[in-house]
Design a protein around this ligand. Structure first.
Ligand SMILES: Nc1nc2c(c(=O)[nH]1)N[C@H]1C(S)=C(S)[C@@H](COP(=O)(O)O)O[C@H]1N2
Ligand SMILES: [Mo]
Length: 265
């Protein structure tokens, strides 16, 4: 996945005329999916093994991502931005005043697990990465939705820099907020992790991200429900399986209530 791909995909989503399929095939196949389709060995450092060895669900979704025109979440014009954008957490009481306050000077994002380079990223380093802006609809399972403008680097850029290993199948996000002493956590498979609209947002509606909305960085994973969009992200782990994470279902609420791990919208 490269930045050019991201622009091509966003142009396609906006209905601009790009020879989508051809460019898509040339540029977008960073997930080993071309390896699966064409039989070649390695694409962008990821292997056919990863794709072939994974669940059929993964393959179905990889192909959907490649060939489905709805592969991108819809983007909206700025006039449709919802103000104020709701705050939501599972604190009791559910109040932004209780949200974690992270000193930006001390903050480091720790990338670890199945990665060749286990780097810590300062905010300065994250701000220096190529960044993207998207105006999307956030849909909470509890029955509200809101449109916001988000700005930040692609998660894929950070995962590529970490050079995550072949065995990695998921990325797990550990957050700063605690629920009964347990940090909020969430996870994605690599399809969504490398999706061009999956970003680590550090700005919202043209301002630095507020504490309420997850400062200093929060995940945006635009084709899934709100609870997947981890706020206050402190650590990203590349893992082969979700079995050892929390109670094994891949997220704080997946483990505790019947929320689906794949929360597609
Ligand atoms: N760390 C953390 N991330 C979280 C949550 C949370 O409680 N803690 N709540 C989730 C839910 S259910 C939703 S709907 C969104 C809300 O994001 P917002 O407060 O920016 O609207 O954050 C998600 N990410
Ligand atoms: Mo939510």
């Amino acid at each position: 996945m490269n930045d050019e791909t991201r622009y091509i995909l966003s142009d396609a989503a906006r209905g601009l005329d790009v020879p989508t399929r051809r460019l898509f095939l040339r540029n977008a196949l960073g997930l080993g999916t071309l390896a699966m389709l064409s039989g070649c060995d390695v694409v962008d450092g990821l292997s056919a093994e990863r794709v072939l060895g994974s669940m059929s669900d993964f393959n179905d979704r990889a192909q959907a991502w490649l060939f489905n025109p709805n592969t991108l979440a819809r983007e909206y014009p700025a006039r449709m931005i919802t103000r104020p954008f709701p705050f939501n957490s599972f604190y009791t009481p559910n109040s932004p005043d209780l949200a974690p306050r992270i000193d930006p000077r001390d903050f480091v994002l720790n990338v670890t697990g199945l990665a060749e380079r286990k780097d810590d990223w300062t905010l300065r380093q994250l701000y220096a990465l190529p960044r993207f802006t998207q105006i999307t609809r956030h849909v909470c399972i509890e029955g509200w939705s809101a449109i916001g403008k988000w700005h930040g680097p692609m998660l894929g850029t950070i995962l590529n820099a970490a050079d995550i290993r072949r065995a990695a199948r998921y990325v797990v996000f550990t957050c700063a907020d605690l629920y009964s002493g347990q940090a909020y956590y969430e996870s994605l498979d690599l399809i969504d992790a490398f999706h061009p609209q999956t970003i680590l947002a550090w700005a919202m509606n043209d301002r630095m991200l507020s504490v309420a909305h997850g400062a200093p960085i929060r995940l945006r994973v635009e084709r899934q429900l709100g609870y997947k969009h981890a706020k206050y992200v402190m650590r990203i782990d590349a893992v082969a399986s979700l079995a050892g994470i929390g109670l094994g279902k891949g997220g704080y609420w997946e483990d505790r209530v019947d929320y689906d791990w794949y929360a597609g919208i």
